[in-house]
Design a protein around this ligand. Structure first.
Ligand SMILES: NC(=O)c1ccc[n+]([C@@H]2O[C@H](COP(=O)([O-])OP(=O)(O)OC[C@H]3O[C@@H](n4cnc5c(N)ncnc54)[C@H](O)[C@@H]3O)[C@@H](O)[C@H]2O)c1
Ligand SMILES: O=C(O)C(=O)C[C@@H](O)[C@H](O)[C@H](O)COP(=O)(O)O
Length: 554
């Protein structure tokens, strides 16, 4: 580590690995390691005793002095902050202005495993699991607020976490050679974006084509896509992405638009008619006209809902998607399908409404939890099986890199998956024929999501659905054993499920009967006849489905 590099500051809840990762990082970088809790003990004695004798306020005052000293004195090195230090706004500002701040997060289960019997942690006494969760939740906003980057350390090896931090730190330094650190909320472009066109002009054409840009620091492109016409812009986003939304809003306000933030419930909770109705209300009260525009910032649930609102408000206004999940980038934001769920099923109400453009900023993936990256990989793998085998080869050859948001492999996977989708959507926007192939794995997948009341990740459900489709294809003599096995190997390899509860068939069949590909009583599936050759299969007899289900039932 260069002697004048800003310190790497680790924050996070108990058990997230601050000490272990911090010491390991210091060793790898030949840097110093400082822990504010250790400094506290050296200056004031045992923390718990100080806390009890002097009270929390006095403890936080003393801790604040230590944080200020440690952050400003160390021009380099690794600094680990006591878990509660982020409660003080002053501490958050100090570390953010003086260092590269990493929020190490962790699951409750893994934190408790790491903490052992937690006897040295009086704040966990009584019910460690409940107390740990409560404390993490209370501090979550502060952690997120202070951090330049979030890393979920659950299940990760300490050396891998260190590598992610070192790579991130190098990029951070590169970005800050010409900017002060406090300006670092919007990462700067360090490379050329890739632009993939989704062409219009097919028989069922209803748009003139649009671009999907993939790269870093793409926000500056937004005004160009919106154009001069819109006066008002509604940025639809979930609460969790408020900080990103603020940055987008400032950029739009600076560019002369009148931008409003419209916060909606997270994930599938947002894909409801009540939420659409709330958005229509905001647009109405803000006097949104036909020349105004909507920007979605978030995952697939947000682009589906925001796209639906854009499609229906005044019978259609412009929408630009800024996907912030892998799944959103490679799939949901790309093809102009919009929709909401009803209590009977997934995406049952919706519309085809092309975006004016899509900005897939890879830097947003830096904060995405690993399970969400894994979920997005299901749609990438789907594109591999239905069209581009190189996707599968890349994943098999670089398994450890596919969830690393910095890796060139992940970027190539994203670009290839988008290309597959763009090629299909460009020819059949309204799903009259070939577009149905993008539904590979979704017939059972959507039924699982419904059965799970949308508490199951979309990608995970699609993964199970693809293995089911592969088993069905094998059982009717369409697909060879090796390709079926390849489904299981690759999906399991990245951490996706390939089986589902044996006792849920009746419930799943209900969902399958409501799939949009069915015609009348005829159930239809997308099956593979070989790698890269999907077809529509009219199911001649429901008992075939049940038999295939036995192959994936656990
Ligand atoms: N329209 C389409 O063509 C299409 C295609 C595929 C999927 N979909 C739909 O997309 C939805 C799934 O999308 P998804 O997997 O993106 O899920 P999601 O939108 O629910 O997002 C997953 C979670 O990640 C959080 N998040 C988003 N960006 C983040 C970031 N940068 N850092 C940290 N957290 C972040 C969200 O707040 C949310 O909690 C489903 O509803 C599915 O039906 C639609
Ligand atoms: O773009 C498409 O077409 C797809 O089918 C992509 C799917 O991955 C996606 O999940 C889509 O939302 C499913 O659409 P639906 O029509 O089955 O609701």
């Amino acid at each position: 580590m260069h002697e004048h590099s800003p310190p790497i500051v680790l924050i996070g809840p108990m058990g997230s690995g601050k000490t272990t990762v911090g010491k390991h990082l210091a060793q790898r970088l030949g840097a110093t390691y400082t822990d504010t809790d250790d400094l506290f003990v050296t200056r004031h004695g045992v923390i718990v005793e100080y806390f009890i004798t002097h009270g929390e306020e006095a403890f936080r005052d003393a801790e604040q002095e230590i944080v200020a000293d440690a952050a400003t004195r160390s021009s380099s090195g690794i600094l680990s902050l006591g878990g509660g230090a982020v409660i003080r706004a002053a501490n958050r500002e100090i570390v953010r202005n003086h260092g590269y701040v990493i929020f190490l997060d962790v699951s409750e289960q893994q934190a408790l495993q790491r903490l052992g019997d937690a006897s040295g942690r009086p704040v966990l006494a009584g019910d460690p699991a409940r107390n740990w969760s409560r404390i993490r939740t209370e501090r979550l906003e502060y952690f997120t607020d202070s951090a330049h980057r979030v890393i979920d350390t659950t299940g990760l090896d300490v050396d891998d976490v260190a590598t992610m931090i070192i790579e991130g730190h190098q990029q951070f330094l590169a970005r800050n050679t010409t900017h002060s650190m406090s300006e670092n909320t919007t990462p700067e472009t360090t490379d050329q974006p890739t632009v993939i066109e989704v062409s219009g002009g097919s028989a069922n054409e209803m748009h003139g084509g649009y671009d999907v840009a993939i790269g870093r620091g793409l926000l500056s492109r937004l005004p160009d896509i919106l154009g001069a016409q819109p006066h008002r812009v509604a940025i639809i986003l979930p609460r969790a992405l408020r900080a990103t939304g603020d940055v987008v809003k400032s950029a739009l306000d600076e560019a002369g638009y009148n931008a409003v933030l419209v916060e909606i419930p997270d994930s599938e909770e947002g894909k409801h008619i009540e939420v659409a109705s709330f958005c229509w209300q905001v647009l109405g009260q803000s006097d949104f006209t036909r020349s105004d525009a909507i920007v979605s910032v978030g995952g697939g649930a947000v682009s589906d809902l925001a796209g639906f609102v854009a499609a229906t408000w005044l019978r259609g206004v412009r929408v630009v998607h800024m996907p912030t999940t892998l799944l959103g980038m490679v799939d949901a934001a790309v093809g102009g399908k919009t929709g909401i769920n009803t209590s009977e099923g997934k995406n049952l109400v919706g519309s085809f409404h092309p975006p004016a453009g899509v900005l897939a900023d890879l830097d947003t993936l830096l904060t995405l939890p690993k399970n969400e990256l894994v979920s997005g990989l299901a749609e990438v793998i789907k594109c591999g099986f239905i069209a581009d085998e190189k996707i599968l080869d890349l994943i098999e050859d670089h398994m450890s890199q596919v969830t690393n948001p910095h890796s060139a492999v992940l970027r190539e996977l994203i670009e290839r998956a988008i290309q597959v989708k763009a090629d299909i959507v460009g020819k059949d926007f309204k799903e009259a024929s070939d577009r149905q192939m993008l539904n590979y794995g979704h017939t059972l997948g959507h039924a699982i999501e419904l059965a799970e009341r949308y508490q199951y990740r979309h990608g995970a459900a699609v993964a199970v659905g693809m293995v089911f489709a592969a088993e069905l294809a094998r059982s009717v003599g369409r697909l060879d054993d090796a390709t079926v096995e390849r489904h299981k190997q690759i999906l399991e390899g990245v951490g996706l499920p390939t089986s589902y509860h044996g006792d849920r068939w009746a419930m799943l069949l209900d969902g399958i009967r409501r799939d949009k590909k069915n015609r009348g009583e005829q159930l239809r599936f997308v099956l593979l006849e070989s790698q890269g050759s999907p077809v529509i299969y009219d199911v001649p007899d429901e008992s075939l489905l049940f038999a295939a289900y036995q192959e994936i039932a656990d």
